[in-house]
Design a protein around this ligand. Structure first.
Ligand code: FES
Length: 106
C-alpha cells in the first residue's frame, strides 16, 4: 500500500492508503475522499477526478497522454500541475504523494 495525502480546497487533509497498480482516483473513492466524483469511473472522459499534483511529485509521474490532455483542455480551473487522478497509477515509489483538489469540486 502507498500513502497518499489528499487535500480538499479548504485545506482539509485525508491521508489514505492506495493500492499499487490502481489509480489515485480509486484511492480517493475507496476511502470516501470528498471532491473526486469520478462520474465516468476512470474512462478519461468526465474530468470530475481533476486534481493538482504538488510540484515535488509532478516530475516523478509519467506525462499525461493525449487523451488526458484533451479532457484537461475543457477544465476551467486548469493549472500547469493539473492531472486526472484516474490516469495516475499508484506505485510504491509514490509514497507520500500530495494531491490537492480544486475548489470547483468542493
Ligand atoms: S474519472 Fe472521469 S476522467 Fe477521471
Amino acid at each position: 500500500m502507498t500513502t497518499v495525502h489528499f487535500f480538499e480546497h479548504d485545506g482539509t487533509e485525508h491521508t489514505v492508503e492506495g493500492r499499487a497498480g490502481r489509480s489515485l482516483m480509486r484511492a480517493a473513492v475507496d476511502n470516501d475522499v470528498p471532491g473526486i466524483d469520478a462520474i465516468c469511473r476512470g474512462c478519461c472522459s468526465c474530468s470530475t477526478c481533476h486534481c493538482y499534483i504538488d510540484d515535488a511529485w509532478r516530475e516523478r509521474l509519467p506525462p499525461a497522454t493525449e487523451a488526458e490532455l484533451g479532457v484537461l483542455e475543457g477544465v476551467s480551473d486548469r493549472r500547469p500541475n493539473s492531472r486526472l487522478s484516474c490516469q495516475i497509477v499508484v506505485t510504491e515509489d509514490l509514497g507520500g504523494i500530495v494531491v490537492r483538489l480544486p475548489e470547483s469540486q468542493g
